[in-house]
Design a protein around this ligand. Sequence first.
Ligand SMILES: [Zn+2]
Length: 367
Amino acid sequence: MRSLLFLWILMTFSACKAPYLPIPSYYKVNFSKQPKNIILLIGDGMSIAQISAALYSSKKPFHLEQFPVIGLHKTHSSSDLVTDSAAAATAFAAGKKTYNNAIGVDIDSLPLYTILEEARDRNLATGLVTTVPITHATPAAFAAHQHNRVLSEEIALDLSNSGVDLMIGGGQKYFERRNDDRNLLQEMQAKGYRTESYFYKNLDKIPIGTEDKLLYLTADDSPIGVEQGRDYLPFASLFATHFLERRSDEGFFLMLESGQIDWGGHANDGKRVVSEVLDFNKVIGNVLRYAATNKETLVIVTADHETGGLALNPKTKMGKPQMVFNSNGHTAQLTPVFAYGPQSQLFNGIYDNTMIYHKMREAFGWE
Ligand SMILES: [Zn+2]
């Protein structure tokens, strides 16, 4: 009788708390444990308004609602109150405020040691996945060091020497058709990389468990948007976790970016913003399910900055956001941070974007 009552309470409680939770409830997170893996998910240009527009448009569960810990970060760079993606990603990657356009370098353009490089040196597996060129500012800042983000060929060269186990994104031409006539794809193959370029599809044809590192190029330059048919990011998120967990017993660090939310903001294209955030929502769901099963993975979802000065106007209705932009550039809004998993409690509060680096190192037990 008592066990029946317990079952009834459990069912009632679960039903009330979370009618459609596709992952076990966050109450099961062991906050005091140390994570073995960290997955940093960055929605470029995805602040509160972009999240709100997608949430109220979504017919499916919106996975950011399931995070137990939420914080806000201050996005300003060393040079400007309004940051760009390069300075913001450098802050996440290396814990230092730097100037707009800087890729993994400090205010004097000297290289900074990034959390991804430290993870690599501590024998963790490492990965960078994006929906823009892999040489673009956000992924680049984790494993390249250049004084300006426009130096795509130099960034590709840095990435080819970085030792990152898995890279997925566009930008093939920066590796293969270069002003210096080097073919970095061939050079990387000689260094133990498998290189593939199936553009937008067929990632599922890559055998997981290969001994090789993998550079998977999804476009010659920029991948297409979700509205044009790009759909590889949700699969890539599943692929990356399984690929990386097989490459090291020590754990992994994965940065995965949805890079075109920002482009929708710059274009003041609300439909495009929503389609890209909803694609990212699938990724977040995949990663949460992985972390909930794995139990040793800290998941952080954040953005580098807001793009477009987006507002949802009074005529907004459920499923039909009235999206109004007041800029075609970035803005200085505080930007949300969502955390799930062991040590996720560190991400509560309001702090500088550089603290995301320090909090990740603290979670790993490195500081
Ligand atoms: Zn931008």
